[in-house]
Ligand binder design. Structure first.
Ligand code: GLC
Length: 632
């Protein structure tokens, strides 16, 4: 289909001339990307393009004037999510503010931290009972009744937008709940909907597939297939038995999700977190992750969304190795054409690894080997979020600094459970898998960083140290600079592990609830009292976020490079920016260390000025200190 034909199908007859011109320009720009990527996955790509035009037409017609204005604004500011002032916050609606209306009342709290992006954890209608924290969606067009309605969501996105805050929602696109209408129709025997899933009449194919498939939740959901009496078949269920993987090789599935994204974008959703995206294409003989088709499909979705709702962007949730991860921001033919954002899992793991070992050599090595991202994209950097920490230490990196990968991974999981001698941490093992040796960790940032143990000891010195450790860890991902930081609810107040999850039957088997706390607003009020724990952590974090916002060097378009140090306790990062060089120095040990003068001099910094403390740099680095330095 030519751009002209496509445009004639999607145009809005009554639109003003400049809107017509704008839409035409978008079609001309993105139709080739849409068509090229669809032809990589679907035999009848032309037919799919025609259906995309229909879906765009009705969603474009329904897009509000205010959102169209936002489209225009973002088209003219394509780096809106890369700016130094971007700060993200992640929260469970009910645990943060009870419901969607409650979130509106908490906007001032978010503004105190400078939040510009809010990720509310799954809030679309989940299946009843266990729902993997809402990641088993029964209806994508309904809100969980206890949280509100679609109208409430629209009211919230509008209120947020008026304060310059964008909303991120999860788009679970690898699976639906077994109670979703598609799965129910399949269970009733409707052929059309059986083809939305992977259903096998006997074990022959599943057994073959299992040979190369890993298990995500070996403890509570072993295997990747579930026998379903009603469909008389084995259903592909990568995650839990009640999360049915959808079949993206069926173009109907693609079209359903596209329509859904545009519909939600019209409700004011700005960022779509593409949940478990790595798993969306299956191929016999592989681990069925990171297949090339995943990127072709993302490109197709994005190209269509750029035509229909260009204010919206994608964030890939792909917790995979760096070599595989970079493709989610675009490599080769998909360069800069897929997700705009992706999680920087390596940075998170390395922060914890260096805190435990007080040694940054592995951190340096991992960053040195980390592929460079497209300049137009950004990493979502973080320390903790709602999932477990998987100890993604590469064997190659470990060997390069004289470590054994498997031994170091074991050390980290022991350390962060609190089992390793001298450990400051308190956490729990998640999905201990004796077959593979994989053992992940649950726990809140503060508990993992030593605050829980320190408070129990009552030792003031240890408490001070734990707080400094928390702030150092935050400084590293807040200051990293190739993207924007995500603060995880509770961490800004130093929340400890929440052991109450065991009393909830829907949560007790999944200890990720250890670090999904309930906001205690009475305690949060103490953040304004000097000397309180909440106040020290909150003000420390707020200071870092403010420093980030006023440091132009932290725009995400520019790369961050590690500078190897003879002193293994220091992590030193360099950012070259048109306004000058920024060198960040982090002390990962509790002991004082000298400033790395040679490195600073090489970077042209002889009178170092620290942008966090807004002062001339101190002569030496105290334990866990952090400096963002430029020449004064
Ligand atoms: C993502 C979510 C995780 C969930 C999984 C399955 O990884 O972050 O919480 O269990 O997807 O939807």
């Amino acid at each position: 289909m030519t751009a002209k034909q496509f445009f004639s199908k999607v145009q809005i007859p009554s639109a003003e001339p400049y809107r017509v011109a704008d839409l035409r320009a978008r079609v001309e720009r993105y139709l080739p990307e849409l068509a090229a990527s669809l032809s990589q996955v679907y035999p009848d790509a032309e037919g799919v393009v025609a259906r995309v035009a229909e879906i765009l037409a009705h969603n474009l017609a329904a897009r509000s004037a205010e959102l169209q204005a936002l489209d225009l604004q973002r088209v003219h500011t394509p780096d809106w999510f890369q700016k130094p002032e971007m700060v993200g916050y992640i929260a469970y609606t009910e645990r943060f503010a009870q419901n969607l209306r409650g979130v509106i009342e908490k906007i001032p709290y978010l503004q105190e931290l400078g939040v510009k992006y809010l990720h509310l954890m799954p809030l679309l209608l989940p299946r009843p009972g266990e729902s993997d924290g809402g990641y088993a969606v029964a209806d994508y067009r309904q809100i969980r009744p206890d949280l509100g309605t679609m109208d409430d969501l629209e009211t919230l996105t509008t209120a947020l937008r008026h304060q310059g805050i964008s909303l991120c929602l999860d788009l679970v696109l690898n699976h639906v709940a077994r109670e979703h209408p598609w799965a129910e129709a399949a269970r009733r025997g409707q052929e059309k909907y059986r083809n939305y899933f992977y259903i096998y009449p006997d074990r022959s194919v599943p057994d073959q597939l299992e040979r190369t498939l890993p298990e995500v939740f070996p403890d509570f959901a072993p295997g990747n297939f579930t026998w379903e009496e009603e469909v008389q078949g084995w259903v592909w269920t990568t995650f839990n038995s009640w999360q049915w993987d959808v079949n993206w090789s069926n173009p109907e599935v693609f079209l359903e999700y596209l329509d859904l994204i545009l519909w939600l974008a019209n409700k004011g959703v700005d960022v779509f977190r593409l949940d478990a995206i790595a798993f969306t294409w299956k191929r016999m003989g592989t681990n069925c992750q990171n297949q090339p088709e995943v990127h072709a499909l993302t490109q197709a979705l994005r190209a269509a969304v750029r035509i229909g709702a260009p204010a919206a962007v994608f964030k890939a949730e792909a917790i995979v190795s760096p070599e595989d991860l970079i493709a989610y921001l675009g490599q080769g033919v998909h360069y800069g054409k897929v997700s705009d954002l992706a999680y920087h899992n390596t940075l998170m793991v390395q922060i914890w690894s260096s805190l435990a070992s007080r040694d940054t050599r592995l951190f340096n090595q991992a960053l040195l080997r980390f592929p460079e991202k497209p300049a137009s994209t950004a990493w979502a950097t973080y320390l903790r979020l709602h999932d477990d920490i998987g100890w993604a230490i590469s064997d190659t990196d470990a060997a390069a600094v004289g470590l054994n990968g498997a031994a170091h991974r074991r050390f980290l999981s022991d350390f962060y459970k609190g089992d390793f001698p001298g450990s400051f941490a308190r956490g729990m093992h998640f999905q201990d898998n004796p077959d593979t040796g994989d053992r992940r960790t649950s726990g809140s940032a503060a508990s993992l960083a030593g605050l829980e143990v320190a408070l129990e000891s009552g030792n003031r010195h240890l408490i001070d140290q734990a707080i400094e450790r928390i702030l150092l860890a935050h400084a590293v991902f807040i200051g990293y600079g190739e993207g924007f930081p995500l603060v995880y609810m509770g961490d800004e107040l130093g929340y400890l592990n929440d052991y109450d999850f065991v009393h909830d039957p829907a949560h007790k088997d999944d200890n990720r609830w250890l670090h999904r706390p309930q906001m205690d607003w009475a305690k949060a009020a103490k953040r304004h009292q000097e000397g309180t724990l909440e106040g020290r952590v909150f003000l420390g974090l707020k200071g870092l976020l403010e420093a980030k916002a006023r440091t132009p060097h932290l725009h995400a378009a520019f790369p961050t490079r590690p500078l190897w140090q003879a002193n293994p306790h220091l992590l030193v990062l360099r950012r070259n920016h048109p306004e000058g060089v920024l060198v960040q120095v982090y002390n990962f040990s509790e002991h004082d260390q000298p400033l790395p003068w040679d490195t600073l001099r090489d970077a042209g910094i002889v009178q170092p000025y620290d942008h966090i403390g807004e002062a001339v740099a101190p002569a030496y680095l105290m334990g866990y200190s952090r400096l963002w330095l430029t020449q004064k």
